[in-house]
Write a protein that binds this ligand. Structure first.
Ligand SMILES: *Cc1c(COP(=O)(O)O)cnc(C)c1O
Length: 396
């Protein structure tokens, strides 16, 4: 922080900013000049790079990566390929963005929202097990803020009850769980987001990752109008290039080569980005220690937190309310946000499932006291000190 500028004249510190370098820009320009701007060679290369990135940590295990135009699309495709439909129930956390749950409704299935573990803010495995009914087909954990959900417990519950698991890994590149990268665990599918404020970005984009070749094949067909060429390519060497068959009413979920051009270079920086985020998070922890706040939970020893979000909670003894606290930060030129207004408070989810805050005491308690501070690679440790100083004065 430049010491000679009065605090109220410092430039606004945004909540989030992408970091796009010359490599990304040059690759996009190359794509634009190539004449191929929609899904093509760059999207295929990005898929291959993504599989290699994840595979490196698991010694080259076969992973299918399907590039899509959002994580929401990827989650939808994964559930569709798993055959989720009317009459089925899917369990997920109330402490998430609506995209996690809405895809269940796209398919006519029902959402069972459950509470979180207050220590981690991740879905509570005991609450998951208690919510299982004969209609339950799948569990969708979210690695909230970039901290892995309790996957050993969730996978064991899923195995015991014959349920599918689709991980919402929108925050979780490159998170590890038990030393393995999220994306290489024993779930049915894992979906990453490359939305503008995520840990790497393609503007809009996502990646569906699975070890299940059939699931990947179905997702590839359904991401582009339900058009199937592969079968003909295999059985009929003489099929003309213009020929395809529509095998289902598919979607328009393909990732463009323009977006993939960004992703190819963002992915190369994912580990370095994480190191920067972790350093900034550690600087926040040190600067905020001793205040009436609850610092974000840390990853288990030996594991990596992706640090998509730095979520601070005001302690019960804090002398200021969360909303007022956020106003104080904005007044000081600091962007912040709340991730998320829990689903049980939104009219659609509340009314459809007759939900009340009392059903989700831990998520509700956290929601009323939490906010997300700025955390991104273009910030400096000086920026963190400035935010921390404002937090300190707001709590006084
Ligand atoms: C961002 C986000 C999504 C959706 O990602 P898109 O790529 O924008 O579709 C889903 N779930 C969570 C938890 C998210 O934060």
């Amino acid at each position: 922080m430049p010491a000679d500028i009065p605090a109220d004249r410092l430039p606004f510190l945004p909540f989030a900013l992408p970091e796009i370098g010359d490599d990304e820009i040059n690759e996009v320009v190359d794509t634009l000049k190539s004449g191929w701007v929609t899904t093509g060679p760059k999207a295929r290369r990005f898929e291959g790079d993504f599989a290699a990135f994840l595979g490196d940590a698991t010694r080259g295990e076969a992973l299918h990566c399907v590039a899509v135009n959002s994580a929401t699309a990827g989650l939808h495709l994964a559930l569709e390929a798993l055959g989720i439909g009317p009459g089925d129930e899917v369990i997920t956390t109330t402490h998430t963005f609506t995209a996690t749950a809405e895809v269940v409704r796209y398919l006519g299935a029902d959402v069972k929202l459950v509470d979180i573990d207050p220590a981690t803010l991740n879905i509570d495995p005991a609450a998951v097990e208690a919510a299982i009914t004969p209609r339950t087909k799948a569990i969708m954990p979210v690695h909230y803020a970039g901290l892995a959900a309790d996957m050993p417990a969730l996978l064991s519950i899923a195995r015991k009850h014959g349920l599918k698991v689709v991980e919402d890994a929108a925050h979780a590149l490159p998170t590890t769980c038990g030393g393995k990268l999220v994306g290489t665990l024993d779930s049915d599918a894992t979906v990453f987001s490359f939305y503008a404020n995520k840990t790497i970005t393609t503007g809009e984009g996502g990646m569906l990752v699975t070890r299940d070749a059939e699931l990947a094949k179905r997702a590839r067909v359904m991401r582009l109008h339900g058009m199937n060429r592969d079968a003909f390519d295999r059985f009929t060497a003489t099929v003309p290039s213009w020929y395809y068959e529509v095998v289902a009413p598919g979607f328009k979920y393909n990732l463009t080569d323009i977006a993939a051009a960004l992703g190819i270079h963002q992915l190369k920086r994912a580990i370095a980005f994480q190191a920067q985020r972790e350093e900034l998070a550690a600087a926040y922890d040190a600067a905020l220690a001793g205040l009436p706040v609850i610092l974000p939970p840390r990853a288990a020893p030996g594991d990596r937190h992706a640090w998509h979000l730095y979520v601070l909670r005001l302690a019960d003894g804090a002398r200021i309310e969360r909303d007022r606290f956020i106003e104080r930060l904005f007044d000081a030129g600091i962007g912040c946000s709340v991730h998320y207004i829990p689903l049980h408070l939104h009219p659609y989810w509340r009314d459809r499932y007759a939900l009340t805050p009392a059903m989700f005491p831990h998520s509700q308690h956290a929601y009323e006291r939490m906010l997300s501070l700025p955390l991104y690679t273009r910030m400096t440790v000086d920026d963190v000190q400035r935010v921390a100083e404002t937090v300190r004065s707001a709590l006084r």
